[in-house]
Design a protein around this ligand. Sequence first.
Ligand SMILES: *[C@@H]1O[C@H](CO)[C@@H](O)[C@H](O)[C@H]1NC(C)=O
Ligand SMILES: *[C@@H]1O[C@H](CO)[C@@H](O)[C@H](O)[C@H]1NC(C)=O
Length: 991
Amino acid sequence: MKISTLVTAACVAFQGTAAAVVSGKPSTFIRDYDKRDLLQDVVTWDEHSLFIHGKRAMIFSGEVHPWRLPVPSLWLDLFEKIKALGYNTVSFYVDWNLLEGKQGEFRADGVFAYEPFFEAATKAGIWLIARPGPYINAEVAAGGLPGWLQRIKGMIRTNADDYMEATELYVASIGAIIAKAQITNGGPVILYQPENEYSGGIPPAVFPDAPYFQRVIDQVRKAGIVVPLINNDAWSGGHNAPGTGLGEVDIYAHDNYPIGFDCSDPTVWPANGLRTDQYSTRVEISPNTPYTIPEFQGGAFSPWGGWPIDKCAELVNQEAERVLYKNNYAAGISIMNLYMTYGGLNWGNLGHYGGFSTYDYGAAIKADRTITREKYSEAKLQAQFLKASPDYLTAVPTNLSTTLYTDNVNLAVTPVIGSEAPSSFYIVRHNIYNSTETTTYRLNIATSAGKLTVPRLGGKLTLNGRDSKVHVTDYNVGGTTLLYSTAEVFTWKKFDSGKVLILYGGPEELHEASIVSTAKPTIIEGKGVTTKSIDGNVVLQWKTSASRSIVKIGDLSVYILDRNSAYNYWVPDLADGSAVIVKAGYLVRTAATKGNTLQLTGDFNATTPFEVIGAPKSAKKLTINGQPVAIETSKSTGSWHGLVKYQRPFINIPDLERLQWKSTDALPEIQTSYADSAWPSADKKTSTNTYRNLTTPTSLYSSDYGFHYGYLIYRGHFVATGQETTITIYTQGRNAYGTSAWLNGVDLGSNAGDAIVGDTNTTYTLGKLSKGKKYVLTMLMDNMGYDGNWVIGSDSMKNPNGILHYEFAGRKQSDITWKLTGNLGGEDYVDKTRGPLNEGGLFPERQGWHQQKPPTNGWKASKPTTGISKAGVAFYTAELDLHIPKGWDVPLSFTFKKTKSNEKFRAQLYVNGYQFGKYINNIGPQVDFSVPQGILNYQGSNTVALTLWAQQPSGAKLEGLSLTAGTPVLTALENVELVPMPKYAKRAGAY
Ligand SMILES: *[C@@H]1O[C@H](CO)[C@@H](O)[C@H](O)[C@H]1NC(C)=O
Ligand SMILES: *[C@@H]1O[C@H](CO)[C@@H](O)[C@H](O)[C@H]1NC(C)=O
């Protein structure tokens, strides 16, 4: 379609729907600066913001990866918790690696299906930004690229035909699934990001390569994607910006992680973390698109041997949200996605080798879906504010100054000045952004009543440590003008009964607000607010305290809170576009009206007094989670009051050490009697791997045989001459990997790994071997996954794992013949339900014993806390019955007790066949392994399986293993469905 025809049609359409345009006009839909076709008119934009159906929208978004919580019936819970924050959008990556484990076979069903994710988003009223790669990085194994790409010749993420062809099926298939869910088809998807952080390359790759990127775009368009395309430049480097020609996206976007990933001392924010040139840089790079950050720091991840993940929540805490996010508002951001908002879990080998089994990320919502971090509440204050402030979307950032707007040079202020509407936003922070000083100031502002210095009633404002404030001027509260407020706006609403404005401040701060009104103020609740009428304004001044004040001025009620109290307020939308304000506790999810009943849903972690402010006039009754609740109407405010009782249920948490554990040897391969005739032979004399040249007679790269994830086992056969002295083996399995080796059952030693060592050269002393006797060297290795491919031209994803080289002293290399195995079937993986990455190559995994009802007849009764007495691997399984009462959301995790002296062992935890943890006692740091309901049957029996690999001659046992339950939350969450979990069945061809 040519642009001219579409634009004409669109202009007519927009004239027809002018009433739907709230503020501003979508005039720049006519993009004469840009000759690309516009394929739809539902999602448009100008330099300020997106328009959705012609209406300006702030896109406040949180990143969630559905595959990091593989329980589709829990996705609605995440969406509702995000919607309750006041966000309207979720951004998601798709991990190609999980969907095309075998080249040419794309599978996105069961826990890997996207339709339920889209349905849940729609139900919660959340828009989606789709980011399916093909490359995603995302701290996943291989950056999301399937292992078989190690065998292609062409460079990854380049225009090489074999690489592009390898992506075709995936992009066409996932593209079609996403295309159906676009907003143009009534679905939730509003934006699409092809590729990922296309920002760095080295020779021999051409970088940046516009024809390559254009080909990626063409693939996406061919798959039916019509919504605007965004990119995510890793920094504001201008790659693929509109106007650059071939390979340009529609809306330029860049990522930003200002305080980095070092959570070791979470109180340290690095030097120069905060950018002050974001607005000017964006205008230079892409003047006609809204300022978009598709990944802004929402937390951080922790590596093997690193810090407990809560430290990352501390680094990127509520103070970081205040300082860093408000700095984005100072740059006029209108599309902001916080990476991560729910991080989730690196189950079944999907994580990269730089991290362990949780991807909690220290995010606002914890991996166990609880929302007790203060940063969740702070994010809500900000998102609700922007949701209530449409004028922000057209306000324009001006230059930051340390002198013009306050009387204190230690403060930096950026005015974001109203253009199409009068409201302006003065964003204040410490000039040294990580300062922990307490700084007082008076603020100079320009208002419709002239230039003012506030507070006007005397005293000083305070910026307390790592904080930042948005001081508004000429702020529109449903037709009443808030001339200014030094206290921050949480939200405001226009109800049948009048307007409510909620202001909040930090503890003990002095604040002042001025409302344009000649009405006489009445204090209807609290004390401590001074009122004064000045020049047609009612000026309020107060010192923040934990007790609430309400001042009524005409039809406006100003609620004055401290920040901690504001955390308890929620603003659930009603279907007609209005909302109610609810003061409660842990979570308010939704509001609806039916007849004369207001229906609320929410979760409670304590007995909670609640208040409903602004119930619709038609509503006389209230239900919470479907139950009628008694209410009293306040005479002074008209609000409803009531109480939700919480009676902590008795939850019987079984003692894992007292389960009926059964155990069997998991490494029969080290016995001399073991026959590996059914194993694949490592007999490929050449390798197509372009990353590393073969230095062995046959390839021992696991990828050449289709084994990419989980434990690998090699068996090298030779007939001794008696001349052998040592074998030196160079292995690579990546950070924190380990190995153990045996010769005819004799322990040659283990390498128990190191957090940052990914490859090792080990020399094994063989002793005196008998001439003419057959020997087999069995080597077990943990394989932590492949590299990402961030730098184009490095082809680092192709760096293989396995045995990369060996030397056989006194003999020829070719005197050894090798067999190897990983997961049964390799790329022809057996377990289509749990996907291509879930299981590794241990004997019990190949048999499928990690699933329910394994054939334990004849196994001995032994538990993991008894363990084994020599190097080797034991397999344990037990039934775990749970009887968690329905209606309660109880986070459960498996907790390993670390031994005092760093005993060398590692374990894998399987729950109902899904691998939910890799524990490494001598490396850590993870000891708690959250397992979601739905994987765990909360009302019935479960099969827990554990592999315990002792990497020291004395063997190993678990110091302790327990099930840990968090606070039971009385929940509105409906029945959580069990995911498909095939039971053990004898596997054809299992060896
Ligand atoms: C703050 O930033 C400075 C550099 O500007 C740095 O030297 C210092 O370590 C940081 N302090 C804290 C507590 O984050
Ligand atoms: C209940 O939730 C609130 C708000 O998230 C939190 O501050 C508090 O610690 C929680 N209480 C318990 C017992 O978990």
